[in-house]
Design a protein around this ligand. Structure first.
Ligand SMILES: Cc1cc2nc3c(=O)[nH]c(=O)nc-3n(C[C@H](O)[C@H](O)[C@H](O)COP(=O)(O)OP(=O)(O)OC[C@H]3O[C@@H](n4cnc5c(N)ncnc54)[C@H](O)[C@@H]3O)c2cc1C
Length: 437
């Protein structure tokens, strides 16, 4: 894996964003208090939170491509509560996780309202649709348990849904939808104004640890007292979390903008997002311009590259594209005449138990990290900025009881066992239901 190697973002979010010029690459030696590597939602939120606390002094952000070129600018856009991989029935823990991820959704709302064009963020709720009668019944019981814990979710019966194969759904009315690329493009100017030094097209090739961290880039070194790894699926290429993070490519399609009557025929109402209840999750959302975005839904919609390469070369004839269209039509037959207008791939950072980790490590306790969101990272990546800024101030208390705090990730097997294990696991569990928080 080559550190900083990143393919370009070809997602639908780019088509819906007026791009602004990037900040120049680093071209000389620089000194900073803290260097953030990666300009996705984790890195930009971290730089933004730090700049509020340090008045922008000594913060440098280095991004291999442009802000939002990674998963944050290519995602399904759903801004959701909960942490992937955490299953709990404990009402206190449910409330804690809900409150923390709620903060992440609130951050999306606040930052988009301040820095991004109208329509970048919407908050009309998201549906989790159950594709089996028994699981729908269990979901109904779960809604009652969550309601008793004070969490505002609703159960919708099959008659309230028009999705093919939907036996019921949980509606989370406080979830939303974000054009992450537009938010990050909009935040560039805010960071610079707050004193953050931003360098785009600046891949970090090497990190040398010490009391002073030394980052090597093609244009010069950065010497900093602390580093933030905000590189999610790309982190193993920098030599960190090589045995714990699996870069997985998720393929996505989007239609052209759909007229309102098509949305009505879909039975979509005002909702922002749709997921199903399967482990190889199908997800869909409504973009600002009224396109339907669709990803996942089965093994062909995801790819793992031997050795964990974090980029996926463009492949116009890849079987994922036909599979995605077929799966989209299974849920939304009213789209039979809607051609697929955009196709792209983005890289998820998967952990063995799907739970992410945030914390600080290294002999000098100066390497901060937040990664491994396993496909459920928009709200958590925004939250990570606040968590890391708190940890940098020495304030750990607010986060100690959350499952991601200093979480030790389980090791993945080395190649070729990793590749063989991925093939075997995905074949055995291709249609398995998902576990829930
Ligand atoms: C197709 C897809 C759909 C998704 N859908 C959803 C969804 O609907 N809801 C949800 O909650 N989550 C979703 N996710 C997950 C979510 O997008 C991610 O978890 C989240 O955006 C991760 O943000 P990040 O900033 O940590 O990583 P990224 O956005 O990947 O940012 C990392 C950045 O680091 C840069 N970088 C990498 N290496 C280097 C280096 N050596 N030097 C400098 N810069 C470097 C990259 O260029 C990149 O910009 C989806 C992900 C994908 C790929």
């Amino acid at each position: 894996m080559i550190p900083g190697e990143i393919d370009s973002n070809r997602s639908v979010w780019i088509e819906e964003t007026e791009q602004t010029p990037p900040e120049p690459p680093l071209s000389s030696r620089a000194v900073a208090e803290i260097a953030v590597v990666g300009g996705g939602l984790t890195g930009v939120s971290t730089a933004w939170h730090l700049s509020q606390r340090l008045s922008g002094r000594g913060i440098i952000l280095l991004e291999a491509g442009v802000l939002g070129n990674g998963a944050s600018g290519r995602s399904g856009g759903q801004v959701l509560h909960w942490i992937n991989g955490v299953t709990t029935e404990d009402p206190d823990e449910l409330r804690r996780i809900h409150a923390a991820t709620h903060l992440g959704i609130d951050l999306a709302e606040t930052l988009a309202a301040r820095y991004a064009p109208p329509g970048t963020f919407r908050r009309h709720g998201a549906l989790e649709v159950y594709t089996d009668a028994a699981r729908a019944e269990a979901a109904h019981a779960r809604v009652e348990r969550l309601s008793r814990a004070g969490i505002p979710v609703r159960f919708l019966g099959a008659d309230a849904l028009r999705f093919e194969g939907g036996h019921g759904a949980i509606l989370d009315p406080e979830a939303g939808r974000l054009n992450g690329f537009a938010l990050l493009q909009g935040m560039r100017a805010a960071l610079v104004e707050q004193g953050v030094v931003v360098h785009e097209h600046t891949p970090v090739l090497r990190v040398r640890e010490g009391e002073t961290m030394v980052l090597t880039t093609p244009g010069g070194e950065v010497h900093a007292r602390a580093v933030v790894l905000a590189t999610n699926a790309y982190t193993p290429a920098l030599g960190y979390f090589r045995h714990e993070i699996l870069p997985l490519h998720s393929h996505v399609i989007a239609t052209a903008p759909l007229p309102d009557e098509t949305w009505d025929r879909l039975g979509w109402h005002a909702w922002d997002g749709f997921t199903d209840d399967l482990d190889r999750i199908a997800y869909a959302s409504r973009t600002t311009a009224g396109r339907l975005l669709f990803g996942g839904g089965g093994n062909p919609a995801y790819s793992y590259r031997y050795g964990g390469a974090p980029v996926f070369p463009e492949q116009p004839r890849h079987p994922a594209w036909m599979f995605l269209r077929r799966t989209m039509l299974r849920y939304f037959p009213a789209l039979a005449d809607a051609p697929v207008a955009t196709r792209w791939s983005g890289t998820l950072g998967i952990t063995l138990d799907r739970v992410c980790t945030m914390g600080v490590r290294g002999a000098h306790r100066n390497v901060y990290f937040a990664l491994g969101y396993s496909g459920h990272g928009v709200a958590l990546a925004l939250l990570a900025g606040r968590v890391i800024a708190d940890l940098h101030e020495g304030n750990h208390e607010a986060w100690r009881e959350l499952p991601f705090y200093q979480r030790k990730l389980l090791p993945l097997p080395p190649e070729p066992l990793r590749w063989i294990g991925y093939q075997a696991y995905t074949r055995l569990t291709g249609r398995s239901p998902r576990r829930h928080a």
